[in-house]
Design a protein around this ligand. Structure first.
Ligand SMILES: Nc1ncnc2c1ncn2[C@@H]1O[C@H](COP(=O)(O)OP(=O)(O)OP(=O)(O)O)[C@@H](O)[C@H]1O
Ligand SMILES: [Mg+2]
Length: 515
C-alpha cells in the first residue's frame, strides 16, 4: 500500500486491499453512518494510518474513546480474537498492536494542554457568530475592534473585551460622531452574551500563550505524524463554542500556511466529528464561509474530514467537495431516512457487483461502502469494505495514563501556565485609576482649605435637594460609642451618593475642628 493509507478489504471476500491515496488526501472526506456502526473506529484507523505515513492529525474526541490512540492494543482485550480474525480475512498480514504519538488538548485545560486564542485573533465575525449577535450588535462589535486597534488596546481575553465595551458605553457620544450611532442597547446585549459565553467556560479559551499552529503539525524523529486529540466531551455542552473554535482553527491554518498546490501527502489532516453542529441553524453566510475555507485550504495541504451520522447533515456545496468517503450503515426507518439513503447512494460511482443503496443499508458494524479518489482525482468505483481493526487501544485511556502522557509532553511547559500580560483591561483600568487619583487629589486640596472656607463651602453646597434621606428610623447609639462616632454614623446614614459624602466631609470637618 505504497502512497496509501490502508483502510480495509473489499472485493468478493474482502480480500482486495483498499486504501486512501495520500496524494488526494487533501481533497477532503466524509465518514458517515448511524450510531454504533463503526465511525469512531474508522476515524481511529485513519489517524493511525496518517500518523504512520508522516502526516500529523488533529481530531476532536467527542466521547473520550479516541484517547486510546496513545496506547497499544492488547492480547488480553476481549476483542483480540475478533480483531485478529478480521485482520486475517482482509489479508492484513503484518497486523500488530502499537501505540501512537498523541498530544492531548482541551479548551478547558483539564483533559489536555490548554488551547487558547486571543479575542483579536478570533475576530469580530466569528465572535459575533459565537455570541449569536444581530447585525446591529455585530456592527457595534466591529466598531469596538476598530477602536481597540486605533487606541493600541490589545484584545487578548474576555475581560479585555468587557472593559472595552464599558469604555465604549462611556464614550458613546464622542464615538458616535466618527463611527455612527452606538446604541446602549446593543452594548448591553453584547455584554449579556459575553456573560453567557463566560458561563460556558469560554473565558478559558481566550488568552495567552495562544496556540502556535506549528505545535499541531509536528512530525517526530521516527517519521510519525503527531496525533492531536482535542477533548470534546465537555465541549459538546457548548456546541456553538465547539463549532466556532474548530472553524477558527481552520481559518487560522488557511491564513498561516503557505500554498503547496497538490503535495505528495497532506501537511495535516483535520477530523471534524459531530460535524452537524457546525451547520445546525447556521446562517447562509457562515455556510458559505465554511465552503470557501474548505475549498481553499486544500492548496495549503490540509485535508478536512467531516464525521457525522447522516450525509445530509452537511450542506450540498460542502458535501460535493468531500472526495474520499466511508459510508457506514444508514437506517431506513422513516421516509426521511429513505430519502437520505437514496440521495447518499446516488452520489457514488456504481459497482456492477452490488446495489449501492442496498449495500449502505446492509453493511455490518465495522464495514462500509467506500469510495476513494483515484488517478487524477476521479472518484473510484464504490466498494463494500471491511474496515481494518485498530492497532492502538479500543476505548479510552484511564485518567492516570492520560496524565502521564500529558506530563511527558513538551507542550506542558509551553501552554499549561496562563500569561496575563498588560492588555485592554489593564490599560483601561490604569487610566480609570489615574483619573480617580486626580479627582482625589482635587478633593484633598479642598480639605486643606481653612476652616472658615470649608464651613462656608459646606453651607453653600448643602442645598439638600440632591440628598436622599434615610427612613425615619432613629439610630441607636451604643453606650461605648463616642459622641463623634455616633454622630458620624448618623450623618453618614442620612446622606448617600457622592454628593452626600462630600457634604459629610464638609460638615464633619467643621464640627470636629470646633471641638
Ligand atoms: N474496524 C473495526 N474493527 C473491529 N471492530 C470494529 C470496527 N469498527 C467498529 N467495530 C466495533 O463496533 C463498535 C462500535 O463502533 P464505533 O464506536 O466506531 O461506532 P460509532 O459509529 O462511532 O458509534 P457512535 O455513533 O455511537 O459514536 C466498536 O466498539 C467495535 O467493537
Ligand atoms: Mg463514535
Amino acid at each position: 500500500m505504497d502512497g496509501k493509507v490502508f483502510i480495509g478489504g473489499g472485493g468478493q471476500d474482502y480480500g482486495d486491499k483498499q486504501g486512501l491515496t495520500l496524494k488526494y488526501a487533501n481533497r477532503h472526506g466524509l465518514i458517515a453512518g448511524a450510531t454504533g456502526t463503526g465511525k469512531t473506529v474508522t476515524l481511529q484507523i485513519l489517524a493511525e494510518g496518517f500518523s504512520k505515513a508522516g502526516v500529523p492529525v488533529f481530531l476532536s474526541d467527542v466521547k473520550g474513546d479516541l484517547s486510546g490512540l496513545a496506547a497499544a492494543g492488547s492480547e488480553t482485550f476481549k476483542l483480540h480474537q475478533a480483531f485478529t480474525d478480521r485482520a486475517t480475512q482482509i489479508g492484513f498480514d503484518n497486523y500488530a498492536y502499537e501505540s501512537f504519538p498523541v498530544t492531548f488538548w482541551d479548551l478547558f485545560g483539564d483533559q489536555g494542554h490548554p488551547v487558547r486564542t486571543t479575542v483579536s485573533e478570533m475576530g469580530p465575525l466569528l465572535l459575533a457568530r459565537l455570541m449569536e449577535l444581530t447585525e446591529a450588535q455585530e456592527g457595534v462589535l466591529n466598531i469596538a475592534f476598530r477602536l481597540a486597534d486605533q487606541k493600541g488596546l490589545p484584545l487578548l481575553d474576555l475581560k479585555d473585551l468587557q472593559s472595552l465595551l464599558v469604555w465604549l458605553g462611556e464614550n458613546r457620544g464622542e464615538i458616535a460622531l466618527r463611527y455612527g450611532n452606538v446604541s446602549v442597547h446593543s452594548i448591553g446585549a453584547i455584554q449579556r452574551r459575553l456573560l453567557v459565553l463566560e458561563n460556558q467556560g469560554a473565558s478559558k479559551l481566550f488568552g495567552e500563550p495562544a496556540l502556535d499552529l506549528m505545535d499541531i503539525m509536528h512530525v517526530g524523529a521516527d517519521g510519525r505524524g503527531q496525533i492531536n486529540v482535542l477533548a470534546a466531551d465537555k465541549l459538546m455542552g457548548a456546541p456553538r463554542l465547539y463549532a466556532t473554535f474548530l472553524l477558527w482553527l481552520l481559518s487560522e491554518l488557511f491564513e498561516e500556511l503557505p500554498e503547496v498546490g497538490d503535495p505528495d501527502k497532506p501537511k495535516l489532516v483535520f477530523f471534524f466529528d459531530e460535524a452537524h453542529l457546525l451547520f445546525d441553524g447556521a446562517p447562509k453566510a457562515l455556510v458559505d464561509k465554511v465552503e470557501q475555507v474548505a475549498r481553499l485550504i486544500r492548496s495549503k495541504g490540509v485535508g478536512v474530514y467531516f464525521v457525522t451520522q447522516n450525509p445530509d447533515d452537511i450542506p450540498e456545496d460542502i458535501l460535493g467537495q468531500l472526495g474520499n468517503r466511508v459510508q457506514h450503515a444508514l437506517r431506513a426507518f422513516t421516509a426521511r431516512d429513505r430519502k437520505a439513503l437514496k440521495m447518499a447512494s446516488e452520489t457514488y460511482r456504481p459497482n456492477p457487483r452490488f446495489d449501492t443503496e442496498a449495500a449502505i443499508r446492509e453493511v455490518g458494524v465495522g464495514e462500509a461502502v467506500t469510495s476513494m479518489l483515484m488517478k487524477k482525482g476521479v472518484p473510484g468505483i464504490v466498494e463494500r469494505t471491511l474496515i481494518r481493526p485498530p492497532s492502538s487501544q479500543l476505548g479510552p485511556l484511564d485518567p492516570s495514563e492520560r496524565r502521564a502522557v500529558m506530563a511527558a509532553s513538551p507542550m506542558a511547559g509551553k501552554y499549561d501556565q496562563l500569561n496575563d500580560r498588560r492588555s485592554a483591561y489593564e490599560i483601561l483600568k490604569e487610566r480609570a485609576d489615574s483619573a480617580a487619583a486626580a479627582a482625589q487629589e482635587a478633593e484633598a486640596k479642598e480639605e486643606e482649605m481653612s476652616v472658615a472656607e470649608r464651613e462656608f463651602s459646606a453651607a453653600r453646597r448643602y442645598s439638600g435637594t440632591r440628598v436622599r434621606r434615610s427612613s425615619s428610623r432613629t439610630l441607636r447609639v451604643r453606650a461605648d460609642d463616642t459622641f463623634g462616632e455616633a454622630m458620624t454614623k448618623m450623618v453618614v446614614k442620612e446622606l448617600s451618593g457622592t454628593t452626600g459624602r462630600r457634604i459629610v466631609r464638609g460638615v464633619l470637618g467643621g464640627l470636629f475642628k470646633g471641638r
